[in-house]
Design a binder for this molecule. Structure first.
Ligand SMILES: Cc1cc2nc3c(=O)[nH]c(=O)nc-3n(C[C@H](O)[C@H](O)[C@H](O)COP(=O)(O)OP(=O)(O)OC[C@H]3O[C@@H](n4cnc5c(N)ncnc54)[C@H](O)[C@@H]3O)c2cc1C
Length: 470
């Protein structure tokens, strides 16, 4: 690859947790590194991204402080920062507000943006969107920004995060234009359109639906909420802090090629743990460092089987909520304010100011729900063959971004380099991290996994590219 003169230019597209963690890890590598890092993030404040930007104190982190340091090699970094904040005046919260975590990320990043790092790495934030990144004749990419600027980049990293959920029902899509349909649960100001006395239907009963219930309650909403949930289950709650741990038993699962066999062994361990007075959560958590290996060890047909039969249940036990969220669900259900309806929303039909939702469940009669507001909480769109932002469309059309066959994200090699349709790394040094790497790891969502990806990718980039500079 022909290389331009120093300094080496890296562009990170997306300044949420993943892009920020990568930038910060680069500043902590041994130097000297002649590296200029452009962080492209349209939000005025880079760092918090989608998950940690909303200024809503009722939305809590779903991980305890000990698991949220930006740096795996300094596990207490966030907990120590939190202990110095006003939120910890009467004791460090077990589950802090997500906005507080956003402040932590923004402050860490702001310090790194303010001056070159000791290792020579310089960061700059470009507060705009990247709309294309075509290949240049010299092997770099020209990252084109919505404000008209272009960044010539030796390497480009996509840290694009989560995209709003796809429409949950079809083929009649007229509801998408109804003012009471909330297609993007994370859109700023979306809930402000819902009156305190207006009933609401939520499609999906995962972490996003819990967020919506908490946010509605905080804004004084007191009308009924009906929730359509495939199996009628909500995420499990975290157990008490500091409970007993369970030993990792991945070596037993390593040679297990089927989902059924893996599940059988996990259940055996849950029974064994219970006999010792240890709960199921500790057994699941014991496998956390190896979840990606378990997923990658299954053949494609088994991955398909997992997605079809177990992924929903897995998500419910793996992605847990704070105990206060579980208490809110129990209290609202008991008071009759919240009703959970097992089944699938198969149609949504506009009817004047109402939306009617058809709920189907195997072996049960069809149910119809009606409300002036329907919020789609069906989980982010992961399928990169359907993501229609200008940047993704351009990279896909150029053949350098290939969606995976299971529609979970982007095809990459082990380092996160994007693969073309021919299975070879795409020209122009394109990488990704975050949710887009679900094809490789399946679990590629939460902070502990993403900071590990960021540290590994920072190493790869520094070794592979900076050392080649003249
Ligand atoms: C509502 C919510 C709550 C969550 N809560 C937790 C939690 O409590 N604990 C936990 O561990 N994990 C949580 N997660 C998981 C979360 O996905 C990760 O923790 C992490 O925030 C993901 O970071 P990211 O950078 O990959 O994505 P994001 O935070 O979504 O950041 C991606 C950024 O890319 C930018 N972007 C996209 N396209 C472009 C473009 N073309 N040009 C420029 N910029 C672009 C976006 O503006 C965005 O800011 C939560 C996720 C969500 C959605």
């Amino acid at each position: 690859m022909p290389l331009a003169a120093r300094p080496y230019a890296l562009t990170i597209i997306g300044g949420g947790f993943a892009g920020t963690a990568l930038a910060l890890h680069l500043t902590r590598l041994p130097g000297p590194l002649s590296l200029e890092v452009a962080l492209v993030e349209p939000r005025p404040l880079a760092g918090p991204g989608l998950a940690y930007s909303p200024p809503r104190p009722e939305l809590l982190l779903n991980v305890r402080p000990a698991g949220l340091s930006l740096y795996a090699d300094e596990p207490a970094h966030f907990a120590q920062w939190l202990a110095r904040q006003p939120e910890a005046a009467s004791g460090t919260p077990d589950f802090a507000p997500r906005a507080t975590y956003g402040r932590y990320l923004a402050q860490e990043l702001a310090a790194a943006l303010a001056a070159p790092a000791a290792n020579g790495v310089r960061l700059r934030h470009f507060a705009t969107e990247a709309i294309a990144a075509p290949l240049l004749p010299d092997g770099r990419r020209a990252v084109q920004l919505a404000d008209g600027r272009t960044l010539a980049s030796h390497a480009t990293v996509l840290a694009l995060g989560n995209f709003p959920p796809p429409p949950p029902a079809g083929p009649d899509y007229r509801y998408l234009r109804h003012p009471g349909y909330h297609a993007d649960p994370w859109a700023t100001g979306s809930l402000a359109r819902i009156g305190a006395e207006e009933p609401v239907v939520l499609i999906g009963a995962g972490l996003t639906a819990v967020d919506m219930l908490l946010a509605l309650r905080a804004q004084g909403h007191h009308a009924p909420v009906e929730v359509v949930a495939r199996r009628g289950h909500w995420p499990a709650a975290h157990g008490p802090a500091g409970g007993p741990t369970y030993p990792n038993f991945y070596p037993e699962l390593k040679a297990e090629p089927t989902v059924a066999g893996t599940l059988r062994r996990v259940r055996q361990h849950i029974a064994r743990a219970a006999a010792q007075g240890i709960g199921w959560r500790a057994v699941i958590d014991a496998l956390r460092p190896d979840l990606g290996h378990i997923w990658a060890g299954w053949p494609l047909a088994e991955q398909v089987r997992f997605l079809r039969h177990l992924a929903g249940r897995w998500s419910q036990v793996r992605h847990r909520i704070a105990p206060s969220g579980a208490a809110m669900l129990a209290e609202q259900t008991a008071s009759g304010h919240l009703r959970t309806i097992p089944g699938r929303a198969v149609a949504i039909l506009p009817d004047h100011e109402l939306l009617r939702v058809e709920v189907a469940r195997a072996g049960q009669p069809i149910q119809w729900l009606a409300a002036p507001h329907v919020i789609c909480c069906a989980g982010p769109l992961l399928d990169y063959s359907r993501i229609a932002t200008p940047l993704v469309q351009q990279l896909r059309a150029d053949g350098c971004l290939t969606p995976d066959v299971l529609h979970l994200g982007i095809r990459t090699d082990a380092s996160g380099a994007l693969l073309g349709a021919n299975g070879h790394p795409s020209a122009g040094s394109l990488f990704t991290l975050g949710a887009s790497r679900r094809p490789a790891y399946f679990e590629s969502t939460a902070v502990p996994e993403l900071r590990q990806q960021a540290a590994a990718l920072a190493d790869v980039l520094a070794k592979r590219y900076c050392s080649q500079l003249p």
